[in-house]
Design a protein around this ligand. Sequence first.
Ligand code: GDP
Length: 477
Amino acid sequence: GRITVGELADKMGVSASDVISKLIGLGVMATINQAVDTDIAKMLAEEQGFEVEVKVDTLEEKLVETEEDKEEDLRPRPPVVTILGHVDHGKTSLLDAIREANVTSQEAGGITQHIGAYQAEYNDKKIVFLDTPGHEAFTAMRARGAQVTDIAIVVVAADDGVMPQTVEAINHVKAADVPIIIAVNKIDKPNANPDRVKQQLAEYELIPEDWGGDTVFVDVSALKHTGLDTLMEMILLVSEMAELKANPDKPALGTVVEAKLDKGRGPVATVLIQDGTIEVGDSIICGTIYGKVRAMVDDRGNRIEKAGPATPVEILGLNDVAEAGDMLQVVTDDKMARQISEKRSDKRREVELKKSAKVSLDDLFSQIQEGERKDLNIIAKADVQGSVEALRESLLKLSNDEVRVQVIHGGVGAVTESDVMLASASDAIIIGFNVRPEPSARKMAEREDVELRLYRVIYEALEDVKAAMTGMLAPEF
Ligand code: GDP
């Protein structure tokens, strides 16, 4: 984690008020318990003649973290929901049905705007839905360090049953450790068979409550709008158990869910505010870009002055187009926003030059020895299901006291971009058996620094993993 003002002062043997006044000189307002941006801490310490070693955890490091929230300042906040599932199983239809049924537009004939997320209401409680369904978007955000989803709804068509992308979606959600609700859709169809879906999902440890498990299943028809109320109730129930909270009375933190360049309005970013409150006029930093909030528009197209936790808003006033997954933060003033932006751009270049924190078999052993790694996550792709299972079982058996080997996703077919994204987000390596990567996936693996190993003999894959775990892996030439 980051160092607080107090800790920094202690380490340097100076008083906290010295540190605070130095920080003010740099345009940073901070109190003794506040965490200081790593770069700024480093700068201060180096000024005092200290040598500083910085461990870079994530690219999107927050700059000045607001003080730990006091329990009494925390308020319950609405859940943020993403819908995933196999193509054509009804993700978009379900999002549209919920929007029609549960978004009250105040204006006569009011048309809801597509801004990337919307807020629905049920029994006076709010629920936020991300409007880009699918696990690609979900995991792409995670690969950038952004976790915005509180609950994942996996849609399975009752006539079609569990399909490859259903399994993929489930594994992506499990890797993110987000609670799952299964929406069994298209129950209006004559050949709908919701029981078969339940049976199929039991294989993935998703067992319905009426079968003694703890996974919530809801039968719905997005077409006929049946079961939507139950679905909303279940979302609220799962959300209550998660006790989601935020502090509305502090400068905002959020994540970009969509961004574009609008002809008339300039760069526009849809940001999901996750904590704190943002107001028109605030200075903001967003990834490596910055600006001042010139105007905000909500999901109904209304101009708004402020937005609190779990509100999606379009923000105008950034100096460039943001990227989905970028973190937005309100800072004290424009000068600070600009400075941070410059520093981050430098840092991003630096990090891109020496990306090394990712897992690879080559340095697995040293990471194990240094206690930095306890899990080896693997994505296993093969030409036939039997080989996927064989790989999975044999890989799991390689676990020892130091490292737990886990296959976070297994599937039949070429290695895809979605596999690479999942590997990147979950710090996994990919093992392909008798399959090739799609060309785009290979490029992405290089860009994301994900290790991709291809084999023709299962035994060789196992030998390599075993050797890597014990530091005996022969270097590759
Ligand atoms: P997505 O690819 O998962 O987003 O799926 P869509 O929402 O585009 O739906 C795929 C197709 O299934 C469309 O033709 C929908 O009209 C149809 N569909 C979606 N939900 C239902 C449903 O509840 N019942 C029936 N009968 N059809 C549905």
